[in-house]
Design a protein around this ligand. Structure first.
Ligand code: SF4
Length: 346
């Protein structure tokens, strides 16, 4: 089979949509989760509970135990001051996040998973970006709201959760009213996700690997427990926010959206991924089976992933998803699938 061409993979065919209509809510009735915590007088308490983790860092499954308030760093390489690479309206995220005016992304430097095939490696691995105080982080959130973004999308947030929490406290007092998106690799401690209950509106986790030997080999050292950690975290995310709910224009307000990148030679365990979703979550959970694999960073050092994915590999992934009964597949993935099937005449 021919290697996937990226432009075609990103093609959206007008009129093609996911298989089910998402749950709708009126935008005028929407209130982000954190405002309810404010009304209940609980936000400050929650912020302090999250912030306490910098003294002996256990924010993620690595549980390094370093005192980041005392300038120690753990495996992620991050200090107690968040580093931000960029903040801007982003139009490459899933359509319910992008809407007409973009998803308000804040890209954090460093990462606690650091896959060898990372497409963001200068930021996630090399730590490119600038330090931002919590006040400056709040400024960026307010700026994205002022620019009309539909949400605040924290990209790779796990290792800087205390900064996000402090900045949120400031931004709420300054009028922040947008839903918050937690855009994560999935390498999370369920205990930390529980602390986000009532703060995060939309969870956007990856589920990258279903086999710990693959995450051990292709992500950061000691990440062999990735599948178990990510699966437990996703179940907790779903418990908190449920299925995706959009407003009358299709913009996401609340819910779980799962991403899974198809890799060459079935390395990502896509068949096991769709089976796990089907067995553990509602069949209409929003799932994005992504075809945009690229041989990035150090992927070329691993023979089995040192090539693009084939059309056949992407189409078999979509077939598995449908056979498993998944009915709320990402619109762009469905469109890419249609394009490839048309080309193949199947
Ligand atoms: S967030 Fe960083 S320092 Fe903290 S436990 Fe994870 S890898 Fe270690």
């Amino acid at each position: 089979m021919a290697a996937l061409d990226r432009a075609a993979a990103a093609t959206v065919v007008a009129g093609v949509s996911g298989s089910v209509a998402p749950a709708r809510a009126a935008s005028r009735d929407f209130q982000p989760a954190y405002l309810r915590l404010v009304e209940a007088g609980l936000l400050d308490e929650r912020i302090e509970a999250i912030a306490a983790h910098y003294d002996q860092c256990g924010l993620c499954p690595h549980q390094c135990g370093v005192n980041r308030n005392d300038r120690e760093t753990g495996l992620c390489g991050a200090s107690a001051r968040a580093q931000v690479y960029s903040h801007a309206p982003h139009f490459g995220e899933e359509i319910p996040l992008v809407g007409r005016r973009g998803s308000g992304t804040i890209f954090f430097s460093h990462c606690n998973l650091r896959c060898v095939f990372c497409q963001n490696w200068p930021v996630a691995h090399a730590g490119r970006g600038r330090a931002a105080s919590d006040r400056q982080l709040a400024d960026r959130m307010i700026d994205l709201q002022r620019r009309g973004c539909h949400n605040i999308n924290f990209v790779t947030p796990t290792h800087v959760l205390p900064n996000i929490a402090w900045a949120l406290g400031i931004a709420v007092r300054r009028g922040l009213r947008l839903p918050l998106v937690y855009n994560t690799s999935g390498y999370e401690r369920v205990e930390m996700i529980r602390l986000l209950d009532g703060i995060i509106d939309i969870y956007l986790p990856d589920l990258k690997f279903m086999d710990g030997s693959q995450s051990e080999r292709l992500a950061m050292e000691r990440a062999g427990d990735y599948p178990a950690m990510a699966q437990a975290a996703i179940l907790e995310m779903h418990r908190q926010v449920g299925k995706l709910v959009t407003d009358e224009r299709g913009n996401a307000l609340r819910g779980l959206m799962i991403r899974h990148l198809v890799m060459p030679n079935r390395v990502a365990g896509t068949r096991e991924f769709v089976a796990w979703v089907a067995e553990n979550l509602p069949l209409d959970t929003y799932v994005n089976i992504m075809p945009q694999w690229r041989v990035e960073h150090r992927a070329f050092e691993h023979e089995d992933i040192a090539r693009g994915i084939t059309v056949g590999e992407f189409l078999e992934a979509m077939d598995w998803a449908r056979k498993a009964g998944l009915s709320n597949l990402d619109e762009r993935a469905v469109s890419a699938e249609k394009v490839y099937r048309q080309r193949l005449g199947s």
